[in-house]
Design a protein. Structure first.
Length: 271
């Protein structure tokens, strides 16, 4: 089994749900990322989504857009992100790492080169926001040959017919975008999310993670009741942005947010 499959299987045995933090690699500088990854695992993260900075991150709200800008200004490239994963793997051989980003940097590197380098670095999955299943057949084969899972997004506006198509193409897990809009936008309607997940589960046995709108321990706990994974991004990147003048505090501040979410998600299990 892959690291992603092993992770979800182990959590299911314990009756727990995956906590999946997102940070932008290289924000606020490349040296900060690996220590932050380790701090997140220590705080209860199960899978790390590592954002590859891009100049036009269209699915992301202002918080993550600014993180991409800071990262790019600090000299972060796709290869440097892969180097960060390789460095992380020197101490952590178990926690799955998924690269989340956009197609251009991969196109620039070349699909084959990227797939090879990602495998060597220890990447477990990729989520390319602007690569739909219909256009990803060749890339999917390259990734699969290297043992890299390809994760796809589903949205509140996704038709059931398209859900079936995406579910068939996806591997590792599916990512349900809980809101119409960009990352960090409006408040969650958990009841509506639960109904959508019921429909998606008719078409797949893959775990489903939910993101876009999980801001605190309360929302993390609510989503954990209906999803297999809770994805949190803007709430963490906000902590990075709030401590740019004290970067040494960033791992501690991000870990505190995650630890509160982990505790809330596990309350009913440990009570």
């Amino acid at each position: 089994m892959s690291r992603i499959e092993t992770c979800f299987a182990a959590l299911a045995k314990e009756g727990k749900k995956a906590l999946v933090p997102f940070i932008t690699a290289g924000d606020p500088n490349p040296a900060a990322t690996v220590p932050l990854m380790h701090a997140m695992v220590k705080a209860g993260a199960n899978i790390i989504e590592l954002g590859v900075p891009f100049s036009d991150p269209m699915a992301d709200g202002p918080v993550i857009q600014l993180a991409s800008e800071r990262s790019l200004a600090a000299g972060t490239t796709l290869q440097r992100v892969l180097d960060m994963v390789a460095e992380f793997r020197l101490q952590d051989a178990e926690t799955p790492v998924v690269l989340m980003g956009y197609l251009n940097p991969v196109e620039a590197m070349g699909y084959e080169t990227f797939a090879h380098n990602a495998q060597v670095a220890g990447v477990d999955g990729v989520l390319l926001v602007d690569l739909p299943p219909e256009e990803s057949v060749e890339a999917s084969k390259l990734f699969a040959d290297k043992g890299i899972k390809q994760i796809f997004l589903l949205a509140p506006t996704t038709t059931e017919e398209r859900m079936a198509l995406i579910a068939k193409a996806g591997t590792g897990y599916l990512y349900y975008v809980s809101l119409k809009g960009v990352t960090g936008s409006a408040s969650l309607d958990v009841e509506d999310v639960a109904k959508k997940l019921e429909t998606i589960r008719k078409h797949t046995t893959l775990p489903i993670g939910v993101g876009f709108g999980i801001k605190d321990a309360k929302s993390a706990k609510a989503i954990a009741k209906v999803a297999d994974g809770v994805v949190v991004g803007s709430a963490l990147v906000n902590q990075v942005a709030a401590h740019l003048d004290q970067p040494d505090l960033i791992p501690e501040k991000v870990a505190a947010v995650l630890a509160s979410m982990r505790a809330a998600m596990d309350e009913d299990i440990t009570a």
